[in-house]
Design a protein around this ligand. Sequence first.
Ligand SMILES: [Zn+2]
Length: 166
Amino acid sequence: MAYIRCTSCNESNPVTSEYQTFCQECNAKLEPNYQSWLLQNPGKTFQEFVQYCERRNTGGHSDVTAHQARTGTHSGAIIYRRQEPMAIAGFVLGLVSIVLVGFITGILAIIFSSLGLQKIKKNPELLAGRGMAIAGLVLGIINVALPVVAILFAVSLLQGFSLFFW
Ligand SMILES: [Zn+2]
């Protein structure tokens, strides 16, 4: 369900129209509303605004911090985006598995990087580390794939190339 929470009376206003600007309960101006959001996100559709509101609504308390982050921009403060720990873990594991050619650490790198990416995707305003998570994912995949290819190659050598050149 997409709704906009009124900052004055805390009423949850269901998103019904692209011209909805005021709280149905206390008539205070709703922030964000589609018209003001459109100014910051030119060319976006009302449907995308509804999805944006739905994303804001999921995950309870992140609503409050997201609001604080936004008011931060208005006063000229820098938004502090937290590095997603799983993205860091995935990246470090990816590096470790490159050095050790580690199959297990490669798998862990894939798991942590994917989880980190999911979290960042859900909360892009608050979480940083997307580049690191992607790097960790790629490193992980390389380290899982390399030993498999190496083993297949070794086996095919032992069997007189029968696996690769039958
Ligand atoms: Zn209100």
